[in-house]
Ligand binder design. Structure first.
Ligand code: SF4
Ligand code: SF4
Length: 363
């Protein structure tokens, strides 16, 4: 990790925290910090990605601003995390997309559905866009199946490749330790799925101010769970199509539609709540430079969920064609921008939790 101003500032703050150690029980960061006497750029990148931004240490800290020490771990680590996303991005030159990330994600959220709509109008009989379609293959009379597979599959494949390469570069840049046992993997998976580090050591996070709550944790779970259900819906639909010969549209009570419906509801609740939390939270422990990208990504996820649910509700009407093209455009745009957005935090944080689980066993 490059020796940036943020790395220097994070080192200064960690050296004070390492002498104080008041926040030891709050999250995994402080036990990981206590294992070190010196902080290299790689160590600080690891600690920053281990931080879940719960703000507990900021509200507990006697050295937080306006104290001269100016300890503000959540803000400093959020900035360092964003720098690490850019540093480890793949291909390497694409790291610059993390600058002005809000503009990038917003532009994709606007342009991708418009392009999808224009492409659909160019390839299909325009009348099918406005005429109610029914029966087997109704969706594919509007957008050809081969086009959906090519664009959605291609963009998703690219996202997986870029994020996989980013993860490899991150691991080599911060850990370099081979995984020799399943136990740390299981512990990291448990911590990821339960968001244990957003628990503030048991009493919850400081979501808004110095009072404790589990709101952010539950909203994040709703969004993450909803996202995974939508992914399961798409996978189930593909299995139905290719292996069972059951073509969409499926009945409302069928497995893919139920997974997608409840997944969309979870994403809507989670993104709406997280957007609201951002507007009411204390702004001091927040990295303001990153807010644009975070708002834009939550907005894009909200639009994907809302357009998916609207498509489900209106799929037997003449609005289906336009809604399908817009929804597909949003999904494809999301896949393309995913490796260069806040979405990579899940991968790097997961790897940081894995490294922490390894370190605890080696200590
Ligand atoms: S954040 Fe403040 S209170 Fe917590 S360990 Fe660091 S210096 Fe001590
Ligand atoms: S903000 Fe929360 S997760 Fe991050 S270091 Fe402080 S207590 Fe730990």
């Amino acid at each position: 990790m490059s020796e940036t101003d943020t790395v220097v500032e994070a080192r200064r703050q960690m050296e004070i925290c390492n002498a104080c150690r008041y926040c030891e029980g709050y999250c995994a960061v402080f036990p990981a910090m206590a294992m070190r006497r010196e902080f290299t750029g790689a160590d600080l990148t690891h600690l920053a990605n281990l931080c879940h931004g719960c703000k507990g240490c900021y509200h507990a800290c006697q050295y937080a601003p306006p104290h001269a020490f100016g300890i503000n771990i959540p803000q400093t680590f959020a900035t360092l995390r964003a720098e690490s996303y850019a540093e480890f991005a793949w291909p390497a030159g694409m790291g610059g997309l993390f600058e002005r990330n809000g503009t990038l994600v917003t532009a994709v959220a606007v342009l991708a559905p418009v392009l999808a709509l224009l492409l659909t109008m160019a390839l299909a009989d325009p009348a099918t866009l406005y005429t109610a379609q029914s029966g087997v293959g109704a969706f594919f009379r509007v957008v050809p199946y081969w086009l959906i597979i090519t664009l959605a599959g291609g963009s998703f494949g690219f996202a997986l490749l870029a994020m996989g390469q980013g993860a490899r570069r991150y691991w080599r840049g911060t850990a370099q330790k081979p995984i020799t046992s399943p136990a740390p993997v299981a512990e990291a998976a448990f911590d990821i799925l339960t968001l244990r580090n957003l628990g503030g050591g048991g009493h919850g996070c400081n979501d808004v101010d110095d009072s404790f709550s589990a709101t952010k944790r539950w909203l994040h779970q709703a969004m993450f769970g909803g996202f995974m259900l939508c992914f399961a819906a798409t996978t189930t639909g593909a299995i139905f199509h290719h292996f069972l010969g059951w073509k969409s549209p499926h009945a409302f009570l069928s497995l893919p539609v139920q997974l997608g419906f409840w997944g969309g509801i979870g994403m809507l609740i989670g993104t709406t709540g997280l957007l609201w939390l951002k507007t009411v939270t204390d702004p001091v422990p927040v990295a303001k430079k990153l807010l644009g990208g975070e708002y834009a990504m939550l907005g894009l996820l909200w639009l994907i969920a809302a357009s998916g649910l609207l498509l489900l509700g209106l799929r037997h009407t003449g609005a289906m064609g336009v809604l399908l093209a817009l929804h597909l455009g949003l999904v494809i745009g999301f896949f393309l921008v995913m490796p260069y957005s806040k979405m990579v935090h899940g991968i790097y944080r997961g790897l940081a939790l894995l490294r922490h689980a390894q370190e605890k066993r080696a200590a």
